[in-house]
Design a protein around this ligand. Sequence first.
Ligand SMILES: [Zn+2]
Length: 365
Amino acid sequence: MASEARPPLSAEGQWRPPAVGRAKAASLTISQDATVVAADRDSGAVLASAPFASLTISDRVGSIPRTVTFPDGSVFETSDNDTIDNMVRPRGKRHFGFVHGLEKFHPRLILFAALVVAFCFVLYRFAVPVLVEVAVAVTPPVVPKLLSQGALVSLDQTFFEETKLSIERQKALSDQFAAMAKLTLRGSAAPASPEDAPAYTLNFRAGGTIGPNAFALPDGTVVLTDELVELADDDEMVLAVLAHEIGHVERQHSLRQLYRAAGVTALIMLIGGDIGSGTGDILVQGSALASLSYSRGAEAEADRYSVELMHKVGHDPAAIARFFELLRDKLGDTGKNDFLSSHPATPERIEETRRYAEEISNPGK
Ligand SMILES: [Zn+2]
């Protein structure tokens, strides 16, 4: 500010001649015409003199002494940083080092720290989906096979009992399931070679506490409970549910879900080919696979898949919609049912599958 008294631009320090020589106590002053003079403190004799613009002034770093180097090579050194700053500032030399700036302006330091945190968050938020995709892509086909076998064994030990469906009933459903599996609609996640394709098998079980349910393991092992077969009004509904499960397998939903749950560290280890003990546990635990619930997007994708596949095989494409309506009407909001809790029969879901079935049956309209 103009009214503020200017501090005297004179700094006390030491002056060293260009060649070898003793340092002298000196003072540094700047005149109106920006001539900088280093003078002997005792005698007042001029030791060095040069225009401000010709000087080299060291950056300010904390309280480390500053050096002012004259064109003749002599050096004035001082701890009076403030006076040097006052000489430099109005003359626009860029002698305020970045390091000093950070030290002096703490708000800027806080902002910097906040930016680092924000960057890490963004990285995490967007890196996980990418890592999941990479992990799915590099997963050798043997992994889903091992996973699925382990899962079925542990589920059999924990929940399931032998099916009570007749052999004829099982065969009828198995044949129709096989016909659908043969016509699976390959998506973008299609395996490169036929050997890598999921080998679909339909397994009948009495659901026990799991009740009416159907689920698919990543290798194509599909499990169907007696209770679901009994709940359905007709076989079309059962097939629609199975088509939905095939959709989850084809789109690799369970592998993705599993990897998402595994976390960043595990994913990096997986991609690096080093399955650590923690990751190993997650992968071996069958219950982890069975307890996964898919995202809303994955469910919608599997629903559409069911409509498409049912239509392709020549069954009722609206059967999945009818099944959701049945769930809604028969089970209401009791929420006791596992298939219902992981596959909520929401009005939007019913409406969307109905609409899509209509569209696929009458493509012209
Ligand atoms: Zn589903």
